[in-house]
Write a protein that binds this ligand. Structure first.
Ligand code: HOZ
Length: 435
């Protein structure tokens, strides 16, 4: 934790506080994923055992309006009835078979229908696994070893990609993780986002070695910033010219920004796409897919090995399919855009004349404590993270839960009511008054 962050221990009498004491003895850092430890904002995390719609309830009975949505999957809000019913019904017939099951076929067909660049799919258990496998496939397919990533983009805790990485790694000031062999890290080239000249220079020097370029088309692990007009097109063109595969990491943006993810919005066709979060309906899931001629290099058809005992798990796929069907039935993406626009309109009024920057696309958003523009990691790091921590805690004390790090995006769900957003806005007026 940085020195200038206030330490705010929970009331010693709370259940959350006593769970936190126990957790720190037996879970590393008290958590199973580092950002949750509140190191980016100071103080102690609370424990949650109930969530419904846009609300989470901690073990002491306090309610919060939630803008994290379990880091993206909860696009219909928490515990939507359709998902609960699908999981309950499916579980009655078995929780895992390790044998092909019909839901895998339905999910693969659904993904290919919603994301036209994807002709074939392989399911995994997390976004990290999906990315790890996609990178191996890109290397196996092209016979090349080098990969290119973007500063501040995060693609899960994949060895080759924990280089200048965003998300928790950035929050903790460890963007280059220990434990990654130098020989492997050397094969990863990083470039700043929204700077096509840097990428051109890399292709000039290393073009024939590059297996793939991987990016979050809308980087959302160093806050949230957008690709400038023409940028993604230029990346696509460079990859095509040099025979490198273009991988869109849509674990966060897929099935969220639009039916077909960011690639639908920006009109770009990647060679491979990695997916997760929304397609698992809150259960552990990941997937990658793309051109059939590339995907057919995977075992059992091809020489690139990839496998998983729980891959294609019926519970996860039942949950994900139920969630996707409901999103299509209610046209959830239109509702998310409308809610996002409402929140943005309020925030723009609120931050006018202040050294704050609000960025949004669809149902994803970020408030930076710096004057804009924020268009890459260097800009994002100008944000006053101590000010963010104060804002985070002030919001939390008033029943609003944002991600406990400046470098994570906020998420809306279709369950966020206009009233919940108005309530949030009223609290924001007070919280941001001093900035
Ligand atoms: N790195 C994840 C979000 N970008 C956080 C995952 C978690 O803590 O659950």
């Amino acid at each position: 934790m940085s020195k200038n962050l206030e330490s705010k221990p929970l009331e010693p009498s709370t259940l959350s506080h006593s769970l936190w004491q126990r957790a720190q003895k037996r879970l590393v850092g008290g958590v199973n994923s580092p950002v949750r430890a509140f190191r980016g904002v100071g103080g102690e995390p609370f424990f949650v055992n109930k969530a419904q719609g846009c609300t989470i309830t901690d073990v002491d009975g306090r309610e919060y309006i939630d803008f994290v949505g379990t880091w993206g999957p909860a696009i219909l809000g928490h515990a939507p009835q359709v998902v609960i019913d699908a999981v309950t019904e499916t579980a009655k017939h078995g929780t895992s078979f390790g044998i092909p099951n019909p839901l895998e076929v339905e999910m693969a067909e659904t993904i290919c229908r919603l994301v036209p660049s994807v002709e074939k799919v392989r399911m995994t258990n997390s976004g990290t696994e999906a990315v790890m496998s996609a990178i191996r496939l890109a290397r196996g397919f092209t016979g090349r070893e080098r990969i290119v990533k973007f500063e501040g983009c995060y693609h899960g805790h994949v060895d080759s990609l924990l280089v200048k990485a965003g998300s928790g790694a950035l929050t903790l000031g460890q963007p280059d993780s220990a434990g990654i062999p130098a020989t492997l890290a050397e094969l990863t080239t990083t470039v700043p986002f929204n700077d096509i000249e840097s990428l051109k220079a890399v292709f000039r020097d290393q073009g024939s070695e590059i297996a793939c370029v991987i990016l979050e088309p809308v980087p959302a692990n160093a806050g949230l910033y957008l690709p400038e007009p023409g940028y993604l097109e230029a990346i696509r063109q460079l990859c095509t010219e040099h025979g490198a595969l273009l991988i869109f990491d849509e674990v966060m943006t897929g099935f969220r920004l639009a039916r077909g993810g960011a690639q639908e919005i920006f009109g770009i066709t990647p060679d491979l796409t990695t997916m997760g979060k929304v397609i698992g309906g809150g259960l552990p899931v990941g997937a990658f897919g793309g051109r059939a001629d590339i995907m057919d290099h995977l075992a059992p058809l091809g020489p690139v090995y990839q496998a998983g005992t729980l891959s294609g798990n019926p519970l996860a796929l039942a949950a994900g399919l139920a969630q996707l069907k409901e999103m299509e039935r209610i046209n959830g993406w239109a509702r998310l855009e409308s809610l996002g626009a409402q929140m943005e309109e309020s925030m723009r009024i609120l931050i006018k004349g202040k050294p704050l920057t609000y960025q949004r696309i669809g149902s994803m958003f970020c408030l930076y404590f710096t004057e804009g523009p924020v268009r890459n990691l260097t800009d994002a790091k100008k944000s006053d993270t101590a000010a963010f921590a104060r804002y985070f805690h002030a919001a939390l004390e008033n029943g609003i839960y944002f991600a406990p790090s400046q470098y994570e995006a906020g998420f809306l769900s279709t369950a966020h009511s206009r009233e919940a957003l108005e309530q949030t806005f009223r609290i924001m007026i007070r919280t941001l008054a001093k900035y």
